[in-house]
Design a binder for this molecule. Structure first.
Ligand code: H2U
Ligand code: ZN
Length: 344
C-alpha cells in the first residue's frame, strides 16, 4: 500500500456498511492522560456457587441451571424480546415521523462449557467445535419460525464490554425484522452483486489473500483479517474461503475450521496485552427470510475495545459519535501485532 496511507491522515471506505472511516496514523505517539481501567482478575474458580450459569445453580426467577455437561441453552430470563407480545403498528398521521411497530423475538443464553473459568481462548478445540454445532442447530431451529427474519448470535466477553458474568457464554436474539447492521450489509452486498456479478466479501477476501498485508491467520476453510476499513484498533473479520451464507449450511470442514480459527484468534487476542481480551463478537449470516441470498457470505466480526494496554481502551465518542468513526493505529500495524500474537 502507498506509504502516504501508512503515515498521513486519510479516510477509508467500508464497502460492507457503505461509510467512511477516518485514519490518523501520525497520532499514535499521542500522550495519554485519560481514563485507565482496572486490569481484570485473570484467575477464577472452576465452579462458582454464586454463578447462575454454573451447573446445578439457581437463576433469577427461580429457574435452575441443570447439571449439564458440554453445552446448555435456555430462554433468557430477562428477554429483551418476547414471543408472546401483541402485534401493532403506529405511524402518526401517516407522515413517517413518529413510527413504531411491535417486535416479535426469541432471546436465548448459550453456555459454552460447564467450567466457570474457561473462555473460548482456553477451551479445547473439540469443546469449541461443540459450540459451533450448537450455533448451527440454533440457527436452523430459529430460522424455521416463519415470523423470524434474522438470527443474531453473539458473545459479550469481559466486564469492559458489559458482560454480566465471566462464565463462558453467549446469546441469541432472533428477531421479526432484520436489525440495522445486517440490513446495511444486505443492501451493500446485494448492490455489489448486482453491479459486479460477484460477491462483495468473496472478492474482498481474494484481494486480501493476495495482498497478505492484513491477513492474520488462515486455515483450510477460514481466514481472519483486520479489515481494511476496521474502526476498532484490533477489530477482526473472519471469512469462509468457500461460499456459504448460513450458519447451518456450513460443511463439516467449515465447522471444524471455524472452531480452530476461533481458538487461534481468541488466544492471540489474550497475548497482545497479556490479559484476557474483552470483545463483542458475533456471526452475520444471511437473513432468515426464506430467500436464497446469493449476495451474502457468512462472516464473524470481533469488536474489541482495547487500544494500547490491558487498561487503555478506545472510546467511540466526540467525532466518532457525531461525525465518522476514527482510528489511530493503522489496520496494517494492528495486523502485524495480531499475527505475532497468534503465532506466540
Ligand atoms: P451477557 O452476555 O451480556 O453477560 O448477558 C447475559 C444474559 O443472561 C443477560 O441477557 C441473562 C441476562 O438477561 N440472565 C438470565 O437469563 N438469567 C439469570 O439468572 C441472569 C442473567
Ligand atoms: Zn459459572
Amino acid at each position: 500500500m502507498n506509504e502516504i496511507f501508512l503515515q498521513s491522515p486519510h479516510r477509508r471506505w467500508n464497502p460492507l456498511k457503505r461509510e467512511w472511516v477516518v485514519v490518523s496514523p501520525h497520532r499514535t505517539a499521542r500522550p495519554w492522560q485519560g481514563q485507565t481501567e482496572d486490569p481484570v482478575q485473570a484467575s477464577s474458580p472452576t465452579y462458582d456457587p454464586a454463578c447462575y450459569l454454573c451447573p446445578g445453580n439457581t437463576r433469577a426467577g427461580g429457574h435452575r441451571t441443570p447439571e449439564y455437561t458440554g453445552i446448555y441453552v435456555f430462554e433468557n430470563d430477562f428477554a429483551a424480546l418476547k414471543a408472546d407480545s401483541p402485534q401493532a403498528a403506529f405511524d402518526l398521521n401517516g407522515r413517517g415521523l413518529l413510527r413504531a411497530e411491535t417486535e416479535y423475538g426469541i432471546c436465548r443464553v448459550l453456555c459454552f462449557d460447564p467450567r466457570h473459568d474457561l473462555t473460548l481462548a482456553t477451551m479445547e478445540i473439540p469443546s469449541i467445535r461443540r459450540v459451533v454445532e450448537m450455533w448451527a442447530n440454533q440457527a436452523e431451529e430459529l430460522s424455521a419460525d416463519p415470523r423470524i427474519q434474522y438470527v443474531q448470535i453473539f458473545e459479550n466477553r469481559g466486564a469492559m464490554m458489559g458482560s454480566s458474568n465471566p462464565h463462558p457464554h453467549g446469546q441469541i436474539w432472533a428477531t421479526e425484522h432484520i436489525p440495522n447492521e445486517p440490513a446495511l450489509e444486505l443492501a451493500a452486498q446485494a448492490a455489489y452483486l448486482h453491479d459486479h456479478q460477484q460477491q462483495l466479501l468473496s472478492s474482498y477476501l481474494a484481494m486480501e489473500l493476495a495482498e497478505q498485508e492484513r491477513v492474520v491467520a488462515v486455515n483450510e476453510t477460514w481466514a481472519a483479517l483486520v479489515p481494511f476499513w476496521a474502526t476498532w484498533p484490533f477489530e477482526l473479520l473472519l471469512l469462509p474461503r468457500h461460499e456459504v451464507a448460513r450458519i447451518e449450511a456450513m460443511t463439516v470442514a467449515q465447522r471444524d475450521g471455524l472452531a480452530e480459527m476461533l481458538k487461534r484468534v481468541t488466544h492471540g487476542y489474550n497475548q497482545i496485552f497479556h490479559t484476557p481480551f474483552p470483545y463483542s463478537m458475533g456471526l452475520h449470516p444471511a437473513p432468515a427470510d426464506g430467500e436464497p441470498h446469493p449476495e451474502w457470505l457468512l462472516h464473524l466480526h470481533f469488536y474489541p475495545p482495547l487500544l494500547r494496554s490491558a487498561t487503555v481502551r478506545k472510546f467511540m465518542v466526540g467525532f466518532e459519535l457525531l461525525g465518522s468513526p476514527q482510528r489511530d493505529i493503522t489496520p496494517e500495524s494492528a495486523a502485524d501485532r495480531l499475527r505475532d500474537a497468534i503465532a506466540s
